[in-house]
Design a binder for this molecule. Structure first.
Ligand code: PEP
Ligand code: MG
Length: 903
């Protein structure tokens, strides 16, 4: 029987009808107010109207359930008794605050009304109680202003209009020759109330309500109404909060922190929300209202000074915060008011925190016995680890730059961390300038494999075009470079070596700073601080005992490793990247992109020679030059990865990526190689493809030019034999890319096996190895059962699989931001696996592959391997490992652990 339902939940004086568990019904704020009462913490009495009423209200044409009125009246009289004051009373009026409160916090999105219950009669009672007419009239005029705005809709009409209440207030100040609100007298404020009410009547045609009960219902309706205001709707969308949840309404007795010098108000945290340190952290203001602390009109005082100001209240506050934290077993963020030396708690909730703080608090709380290791893993979002690994901007310096208007633009936060340096516009300069000791930011319209060395030399990379899996983004993450990609506001001119952005011209050599965590591009240099984790693990300039941050990181990672099932590998093609990944805990290489090895100065020539060769024998001559170089590369990688598997992929990109495209560069190269410029131009022309991503690449290269696969395989096995001979444990896995038909794999696998046999015959050393394939085309996933007849392992190349499933070019998806903005896709499918499409193909691939070869090893090596949501998906699909860029290895370890905890 709906009419008998309970809609209103009272709390006050150590008793409450709700509990912290009732968030769905009472909203976060209401549930915690109830809980604090249950814990005997002083909270002004009040009641919560449940979220069910909100839903009912919207389902019934903005009407309330029949019983609500009676339940509100009843609860209100309990509040009156609890606070020993009466609503509407002429000498000791109870005044109320009306606040929203949904299940999940939506800060500032919905409406609040304070000082409700004031009228020309009750204000006299407030004067009597407070002994302060100015205070009483100031409360009254604030109430009329808030109520007029929120309930009666009196607010600026056009975007150029001023707030009508502020206009009257300004005029009053001018008329009295004062600058600050506080300089207005009680009389001035009293006449403001009248002027406000007159203006409200003129604008709305309605009298401002004097009856406190009418005021109360108006306010309740406005709070329910604010659930559907525009900003609340937008916030819900952004934060995935369902529209059906609705808000609760909290009606609570007002207490005042601005009744004199024995009053105060403040906000505090049970630990430092920025660092996580176990210290009481907060701020307060004497003789002030809550909004004064937040608004920054007066500078608040550090909480510890309260001890001297109001020792009793301070001691009580200390007891309360400890009690709250022990009870909730998490860091609390709370608001309090001290009225006439009496402390009141107004709200408590789990506090928001930085990545640093999240990790420190989780680890400390395990050590304190408050939570267990598994709960600690649940408390840290994998991406928060980023903050521990990257250099960061000095916070104060960055704020200064922001305040000085130095933020130029925003792009995609492709490679997290902070970098500052001189702008250069090409890879060559990046290298040269870096070699002479400059810190540089390489700014390109987009990057290509030719830029690799410059990218490596730069501290940061900034591009105007490209998404999260653009070349710049992918390579930057793998290198651990700070990168902002796709910053379309940049107008870059390579010729004049300058860029224009936000009307400002930045020339080569000028300083900029980029924040790869937020995507901001900032003019000027901002100092950075290196990550302590890296100082311990990689640079070895710190020992663990010297770094608390490192020790916390290390604890968390060890706990994660205990529970995760997925193995974590890395995408690396250089020994230094492999070494970085190892110190981050990588358990092997899941993808070594061999083409990245061909761009160094001494190799690109041989590569180009191979491409330009007329026939097979010409190609073999050039390949013979590449062989020792590749062998040396593989040797150093095997050395670093001693005892761990190394998946090496045969050549993948279209050959034209290895040739220059501009006339001048072509002519230069022709001269260098001793061929006619025309010949070279023709070759470049021949190799040009309309859709190179779908063209002659992947295994199609090795099929047309088997000698390339042969040379690469030989280099792998010669290196492996050599390492094995020296006692290094090598576990090579040779991976064939872009297979769409099992016959492609058969041909390539035959070459690999024959070459392995040949090397074995020459060296007398038998190296155990596996041959497998990437599953990165829909046809490969669909025919995985056929492919698994040949493949000994699968690795899902979800970059290409996303590209080919969506029919969407990785390099040309300029419309992607529009799609995301219009929510056609909930997320960038190159960042997080598209579960319904690409994910379904992965599922099919796994099922069909295992149906033929039940123990087939399956991993993923697309960029998704480092995305926590995708890692969770891989865990559910029963994959054996994920492979990601070195700096994402710790993130994947934690994500895999959290996925295992989810079951
Ligand atoms: C992939 O396609 O997911 C992959 C890892 O290969 P690449 O990004 O080199 O094409
Ligand atoms: Mg691929």
């Amino acid at each position: 029987m709906a009419d008998m339902a309970k809609y209103v939940y009272y709390f006050g004086a150590g008793k409450a009808e709700g509990t912290a568990q009732m968030k769905e019904l009472l909203g976060g704020k209401g549930a915690n107010l109830a809980e604090m009462n249950n814990l005997n913490i002083p909270v002004p009495a009040g009641f919560t109207i449940s979220t069910e009423v909100c839903t009912w209200y919207y389902d019934h044409d903005l009407q309330y359930p029949a019983d609500l009125d009676e339940q509100v009246v009843d609860a209100l009289s309990r509040v009156e008794r609890g606070m020993d004051a009466n609503f509407g009373d002429a000498s000791d009026p109870l005044l109320l605050s009306i606040r929203s409160g949904s299940r999940s916090s939506m800060p500032g999105m919905m409406d609040t009304i304070l000082n409700l219950g004031l009228n020309d009669t009750t204000v006299e009672g407030l004067i009597e109680q407070s002994g302060d007419a100015r205070f009483a009239y100031d409360s009254y005029r604030r109430f009329v202003q808030m109520y007029g705005d929120v309930v009666m809709g009196v607010r600026p009409e056009g975007k150029d209009d001023h707030d009508p209440f502020e206009v009257i207030l300004e005029a009053k100040k001018q008329a009295n020759g004062v600058e600050q609100d506080v300089d207005l007298s009680a009389e001035d404020l009293k006449s403001l109330v009248t002027e406000y009410k007159t203006m409200v009547k003129v604008r709305t045609g309605h009298n401002f309500p004097d009856d406190p009960h009418e005021q109360l219902w108006g306010a309740i309706g406005a709070v329910f109404g604010s659930w559907n205001n525009e900003r609340a709707i937008v916030y819900r969308k952004l934060n995935n909060i369902p529209d059906e949840w609705g808000t609760a309404v909290n009606v609570q007795a007002m207490v005042y922190g601005n009744m004199g010098d024995d009053c105060a108000t403040g906000v505090a945290f049970s630990r430092d929300p920025a660092t996580g340190e176990k210290v009481f952290y907060g701020e307060y203001l004497k003789n002030a209202q809550g909004e004064d602390v937040v608004a920054g009109t007066r500078t608040p005082v550090q909480i510890e000074h309260l001890d001297a100001d109001m020792p009793e209240a301070y001691a009580q506050l200390i007891d309360i915060y400890k009690k709250l934290e022990t009870h909730y077993k998490d860091m609390q963020d709370f608001e309090f008011t001290i009225q006439r030396n009496k402390l009141w708690m107004l709200q408590t909730r789990v506090g928001k925190r930085t990545g640093f703080a999240a990790i420190r608090i989780a680890v400390d709380m395990v050590e304190e016995g408050l939570i267990n290791e598994e709960e600690a893993l649940r408390r840290v979002e994998p991406d928060q680890l980023n903050q521990l690994l990257r250099p960061v901007f000095d916070v104060d310096e960055k704020r200064k730059a922001e305040e000085a208007g130095c933020v130029l633009a925003k792009g995609l936060n492709a490679g997290p961390g902070a970098a500052s340096g001189k702008v250069v516009f090409n890879a060559h300069d990046a290298e040269e300038w870096a070699n002479r000791g400059d810190r540089v930011i390489l700014v390109r319209i987009e990057t290509s494999p030719e830029d690799i060395r410059g990218m490596n030399a730069a501290d940061g990379i900034l591009t105007a075009r490209g998404g999260m899996t653009s070349h710049a983004a992918l390579v930057a993450r793998q290198m651990g470079k700070i990168c902002v990609a796709g910053c379309s506001a940049l107008d870059i001119n390579y010729q004049t070596r300058q860029m224009t952005v936000s009307g400002r011209v930045i020339k080569e050599g000028e300083y900029i700073s980029i924040d790869g965590t937020t995507g901001e591009v900032i003019e000027g240099a901002i100092p950075t601080i290196p990550s302590e984790v890296l100082q311990v693990l990689q640079e070895k300039t710190l020992v663990p005992e010297q770094s608390q941050i490192f020790r916390q990181y290390d604890h968390l990672m060890k706990w994660a490793d205990k529970v995760r099932r997925l193995k974590i590998r890395t995408n690396a093609d250089q020994p230094d990247q492999s070494a970085t990944a190892r110190v981050f805990g990588a358990e092997g290489i899941g993808l070594c992109r061999t083409e990245h090895m061909f761009f160094e100065e001494d190799r690109i020539d041989a590569m180009r020679e191979m491409i330009l060769a007329e026939d097979e024998s010409g190609r073999r001559v050039a390949l013979a030059k590449l062989l020792p170089i590749q062998r040396a590369d593989f040797t150093s990688i095997f050395e670093v990865m001693d005892g761990y598997p190394v998946t090496i992929r045969t050549l993948d990109p279209p050959l034209n990526e290895f040739l220059p495209h501009e006339d001048e560069a072509i002519e230069q190269l022709a001269g260098h190689m001793g061929v006619a410029a025309q010949t070279l131009k023709k070759k470049v022309e021949d190799l040009k493809e309309t859709n190179p991503m779908l063209g002659h690449r992947g295994c199609r290269l090795g099929i047309v030019y088997p000698e390339i696969t042969e040379m690469q395989t030989r280099a792998i096995f010669e290196a492996a034999s050599d390492c094995q001979k020296r006692g290094i444990q090598v576990i090579p896995e040779i991976m064939i890319p872009l297979v769409g038909h099992v016959n492609e794999l058969k041909l390539q696998a035959d070459i690999v096996r024959q070459t392995a046999e040949a090397v074995k015959a020459e060296t007398g050393i038998e190296v155990a190895y596996h041959v497998g394939t990437m599953i990165e085309l829909p046809r490969a996933a669909l025919t995985a059962n056929e492919i698994a007849e040949v493949a000994e392992f699968f690795s899902f190349g979800t970059n290409d699989l996303t590209q080919t499933t969506f029919g969407l070019s990785r390099d040309d998806a300029n419309f992607l931001p529009d799609y995301l903005q219009r929510e056609i896709w909930p997320e960038d499918p190159f960042v997080s696996i598209d579960l319904n499409g690409v994910g379904e193909l992965v599922k099919i691939g796994v099922e069909r592959g295992r149906s033929v070869r039940p123990d087939i090893k399956i991993g993923i090596c697309g960029e998704h391997g480092g995305d926590p949501a995708s890692v969770e998906f891989c865990h559910r699909m029963g994959l054996d490992y994920v492979s990601c860029s070195p700096f994402r290895v710790p993130i994947a370890r934690l994500a895999a652990a959290r996925a295992a905890l989810e079951g």
